[in-house]
Design a protein around this ligand. Structure first.
Ligand SMILES: NC(=O)C1=CN([C@@H]2O[C@H](COP(=O)(O)OP(=O)(O)OC[C@H]3O[C@@H](n4cnc5c(N)ncnc54)[C@H](OP(=O)(O)O)[C@@H]3O)[C@@H](O)[C@H]2O)[C@H](O)CC1
Ligand SMILES: [K+]
Length: 517
């Protein structure tokens, strides 16, 4: 058993692949052995997480995930005076191994209760063994009540394999979560179908863990999975050989920026970046020049030798006393074959007039924000992107979920969020370039590349301008010679790391991120 993200290589398998690993491993073992290993591992983990728990509540569900919980109860009962199991299921429909585990738990004298323990205090432990990778719909009724109770308690929480109700592949809570017959308000269970107010209520004292079995699951690292899963631990249950035999679909992003520049290098050797964007509207007295400044600052701090700014807003000043290194220049005066262009930051519709030239002249291109919106509405640009790919020119797109929805012709961001992993793959297939799908658990994918899930960063990056900073940083790394996919992975990782390292009591702005790269 090890902390998933501290392993030198952390990979995730699809659910289908996990099922294959499970079946192959089980075929090699006596019946129930794998589940017993899972139970033993869970019991050990529980005691390590909450050694002083007054109460350990194990909520078991109708499938093998519940079986894992029962197996753990058998061990914990011997080691702890107050272990309570609540079970949600039907004996006749239990899978055979879970049934054996239930019978063994009864025989061993495990305490079964109809209701969860009365009061759960800080330091107590809840174990969610309700649903694992077999969840296929939103938990309802009693199961949902128990989940809400566990997730809002001040006690610690271990999710077995996967937080129940989470799609282990997409990181989305199965629909209707929270619309059960009862719901919770201020810690009290209320009857009636109330809106989903409980979804993200986490008690500040609660520490969350997921002990996942056999293989990493992508849904724990993206979308809603990150908050629900907490700290992830992995126990391959002795099936490492089988895990290694199955090709993983996703890899945890570990890339770090490598900015090795020769000692004798001059500024021209470090790569040139031009930021194209910053549109304005004189009638409305609007200007988006700041977005360009942020991308430009990121390109400078990201190591580019020279950073040029092509501002679309004719009224915006052509100098910035706070960042005097930025040089204001039209793209017409630059050799576009030799610069990396970062296009779109605050570009408005006006950026559309420059995009065809950038697409045909510029060998290295990062497309963000409004540039993506222009591409979404112009099929000819899609063809140009394919042409770029054939030429071996490098393009990176950095959509957030709404931009991704526009690019894919989907109704809204929610449709993308419903399966982020699939969306990023589709974007790569359609546009034939490297795609960074931003959000909780940013995804990076490229033609012929494994999909990377990024695990650095936090919600402090959800402020205006951080996307511009990321685009500028990717551009800077490409300008210094990093291939597009590597540059995207390294930039996303470092960008998130800055937010993770930033002192919690201090506000983090986009410019702060740029200065820390
Ligand atoms: N087999 C082993 O040795 C090991 C298994 N491991 C653990 O097993 C789970 C996967 O087990 P599985 O039984 O396939 O799936 P679940 O435990 O998640 O249960 C699925 C059953 O629950 C029903 N279901 C699905 N969604 C809901 C819901 N929202 N509400 C109520 N019931 C639901 C579903 O049945 P239906 O017929 O009603 O659709 C399934 O029967 C895995 O995650 C591990 O924890 C370990 O890997 C160790 C070895
Ligand atoms: K679970």
């Amino acid at each position: 058993m090890h902390r998933f993200l501290s392993a030198p290589v952390a990979v995730c398998h699809s659910i289908e692949a996990t099922r294959l690993i499970e079946a192959t491993a089980m075929a090699d073992l006596p019946p129930r052995a794998l589940m017993q290993r899972a139970g033993q591992s869970l019991a050990r983990f529980a005691l390590a997480v909450a050694p002083h728990a007054r109460t350990i509540w194990i909520a078991c569900g109708p499938g093998n995930n519940g079986g894992d919980g029962m197996e753990a109860a058998i061990h914990l009962r011997r080691l702890h005076p107050n272990v309570v199991v609540t079970w949600f299921g039907d004996m006749r429909q239990l899978p055979s191994e879970a049934k054996q585990a239930l019978e063994a738990a009864m025989e061993a004298g495990v305490t079964f209760a109809i209701q969860p323990p009365d009061s759960l205090r800080p330091g107590d432990l809840c174990i969610d063994a309700l649903l694992g990778i077999g969840a296929n719909r939103a938990p309802k009724g009693k199961m949902n009540e128990w989940l809400q109770l566990m997730r809002s308690a001040p006690s610690d929480l271990i999710s077995v394999d996967v937080p129940s109700g989470l799609d282990a592949e997409s990181g989305v809570l199965l629909p209707n979560m929270g619309f059960g017959e009862t719901t919770m308000m201020a810690g009290i269970l209320l009857p009636g179908a109330l809106p989903d107010i409980t979804r993200s209520v986490k008690h500040p004292q609660q520490r969350r863990y997921t002990l996942t079995f056999l293989s990493g699951k992508p849904g724990l690292l993206t979308g809603e999975g990150i908050d629900l899963a907490g700290e992830i631990w992995l126990d391959p249950l002795g099936a490492e050989t089988w895990v290694r035999a199955v090709q993983p679909e996703w890899t945890v992003n570990r890339s770090k920026p490598k900015r090795v520049v020769d000692h004798h290098a001059h500024k021209g050797a470090r790569g040139d970046v031009v930021i194209v964007g910053g549109a304005g509207d004189a009638q409305k007295d609007h200007s988006m020049a700041g977005a360009c400044t942020l991308a430009g600052a990121a390109a400078l701090h990201g190591g580019a030798g020279r950073v040029y700014m092509h501002l679309l807003d004719a009224r915006a000043p052509r100098n910035n006393p706070l960042q005097p290194e930025l040089m204001y220049r039209s793209i017409r005066d630059l050799d576009l074959q030799k610069v990396t262009a970062v296009c779109g930051c605050g570009g408005g519709d006006a950026v559309g007039t420059l995009i065809p030239d950038l697409f045909t002249d510029c060998k290295q291109l990062v497309l963000d924000a409004d540039a993506l919106n222009v591409v979404a509405t112009d099929a000819a640009l899609r063809t140009l992107l394919q042409y770029r790919a054939q030429m071996g020119w490098q393009t990176v797109m950095t959509p957030h979920p709404l931009e991704a929805a526009r690019l894919l012709g989907r109704k809204d961001a929610a449709e993308v969020q419903a399966n982020r992993l699939q969306a990023v793959r589709e974007l790569v297939d359609v546009f034939e370039c490297v795609v960074v799908l931003k959000g909780s658990g940013t995804l990076i994918a490229g033609p012929g590349m494994p999909c990377h899930i990024n695990v650095t960063g936090n919600s402090r990056l959800a402020t205006a301008g951080t996307g511009d900073v990321l685009a500028g940083f990717i551009g800077a790394l490409m300008a210094q010679g990093m291939p597009a996919f590597e540059a995207a992975c390294a930039a996303v990782r470092r960008h998130g790391e800055v937010a993770d390292e930033w002192p919690t009591a201090t506000q983090l702005t986009a410019l702060d991120v740029a200065h820390r790269l």
